[in-house]
Design a protein around this ligand. Structure first.
Ligand code: UGA
Length: 443
């Protein structure tokens, strides 16, 4: 099929490249000329495992093209995906201006290049956005078109894998014609039998928020269980195993830590909470989720303060991990941003290492944190002579270091682990003082 993808952020770029990989002709549009130029040369602007391979092959075979012209993409496309940012506005409501501005332009383009097309909202958008996009286009044209909601459920760091083999595809379509077009497009991705679930647009829009909100709630619930474990002397890892084997609860997304981050959960929980409020409903559980998560992000700093009797001034802290999660260079709402800021404010200095996010972090961290920080590209360099190590991201390379070497390298062998990477007995045997989340402290 001939597809246009408007916006080449995470979702747009991955969707465009994966649709092209499955044999479609895809033109991606972005207003950022430099980015388009780089992508034309085959450069992938984000770090995402497997994306390079998909990208290279589709560009070489001319199925994936890039332009700054919406018109060029529109002219040739049967289906147009809107993958535009919907940042949180001042009042917590998602800002729809990018989406609606493009919808306006589409209306005019329909007059210039007549013919039925499907316009798909793939960005996470508030309930009712499909209607707004439809109204914006209809205000400019009498041509026939459909607006479809098709939320994306891919995870950063596993985006290509998730896109290629989705557990489900959700399509909110008001007409049979649009539903059929979407089914034809997605069938190659669900050959293993996973469902394409067709529903109305509003339910589809809400499905996306409900999915992220329940996952954020699940994590937050476990973080609160962890906080209780610390008080009653239980181990959250045992509790997790104990409850996760109940298939109604499930094993996944039960890992306690230093709070959820990223570009999706924080924004989407806030947005659905706000939407509920607009409709006169107080979504109380999500209010708590947001409050607990804010505290959880810096809970490790509280533990450090407690350990040092409130005085972190002059302490040199090693930091492992800056990205909001492994396998990405994304630091949006990463706990490391808050932790480094709090440590700097408490008078500590830091040396940090992340396999992919050293640069993105420096562009996003607070100036207070940056003044107190050094960065290195050597994992072990972080340990040398530090008073303590704090682990903020569970990259695989942090999982199995030779813990026996730590006491020799560090000034004092103290680890504050926000991701529960090490076995307690192993940490004890290595002579470490080891403080993690929801587990008894060691040493
Ligand atoms: C999330 C959803 O998982 C995707 O399904 C969704 O498509 C995406 O948001 C989106 O809305 O675009 P993502 O933000 O890439 O994906 O990351 P996740 O792997 O879901 O992790 C989110 C946060 O939860 C991370 O900060 C992670 O560290 C934290 N987390 C996750 C935990 O603290 N504990 C867990 O057990 C799992």
């Amino acid at each position: 099929m001939k597809l246009g993808v408007v916006g080449t952020g995470y979702v747009g770029l991955v969707s465009g490249a994966c649709f092209a990989d499955s044999g479609n002709d895809v033109i991606c549009v972005d207003i950022d000329e430099k980015k388009v130029e780089r992508m034309r040369k085959g450069e992938v602007p984000i770090y995402e495992p497997g994306l390079n391979r998909v990208f290279d092959r589709s560009i070489r075979e001319n199925r994936l093209r890039f332009t700054t012209s919406l018109e060029e993409a529109f002219k040739e496309s049967e289906i147009l995906f809107l993958c535009l940012p919907t940042p949180p506005g001042a009042d917590g409501q998602a800002d729809l201006s990018f989406v609606l501005n493009v919808a306006d332009d589409l209306g005019e383009l329909f007059n210039k290049y007549p013919g039925y097309r499907v316009v798909v909202n793939k960005s996470t958008v508030p309930v009712g956005t499909a209607d707004k996009v439809r109204e914006a286009i209809s205000a400019k044209t009498d041509e026939e078109f459909d607006v479809v909601s098709n939320p994306e459920f891919l995870r950063e760091g596993a985006a290509v894998e998730d896109f290629m083999k989705p557990e489900r595809v959700v399509v909110g379509a008001g007409t049979q014609r649009a539903a059929d077009a979407m089914r034809t497009l997605y069938e190659p991705f669900v050959r293993s039998g996973n469902p394409i679930i067709i529903m109305d647009e509003r339910s589809s829009e809400l499905t996306k928020y409900a999915a992220n909100a329940i996952l954020a709630t699940k994590i937050t619930f476990m973080n609160e269980i962890a906080n209780i474990c610390e008080r009653v002397g239980a181990d959250v890892d045992n509790v997790r195993r104990g409850i996760g084997t109940d298939s109604r609860i499930g094993k996944r997304f039960l890992f306690a830590g230093i709070g959820y981050g990223g570009s999706c959960f924080p924004k989407d929980v806030q947005a659905i909470h706000h939407t509920a409020g607009q409709y006169g409903y107080d979504f109380k559980i999500l209010d708590s989720v947001m409050k607990v998560n804010e505290l959880q992000k810096v809970s490790i700093v509280e533990k450090m303060k407690e350990y040092y009797d409130g005085d972190l001034a002059g302490k040199r802290i090693g930091v492992w991990g800056l990205a909001f999660k492994p396998e990405t260079d994304d630091v949006r709402e990463a706990p490391a941003l808050y932790i480094t800021d709090a440590l700097a404010k408490a008078g500590a200095t830091m040396i940090a290492y992340d396999p992919e996010a050293n640069e993105t972090f420096q562009a996003a961290a607070t100036s207070v944190a940056l003044e107190a920080m050094e960065f290195t590209t050597d994992r072990d360099e972080v340990l040398k002579g530090v008073d303590a190590l704090v682990i903020c991201t569970e990259w695989n390379e942090f999982r199995r270091p030779d813990l026996d070497r730590f006491p020799k390298m560090m000034k004092t062998p103290v680890i504050f682990d926000g991701r529960n990477l090490y076995d307690l007995k192993r940490a004890k045997d290595a002579g470490l003082i080891y403080v993690s989340v929801g587990r008894p402290s060691v040493g």
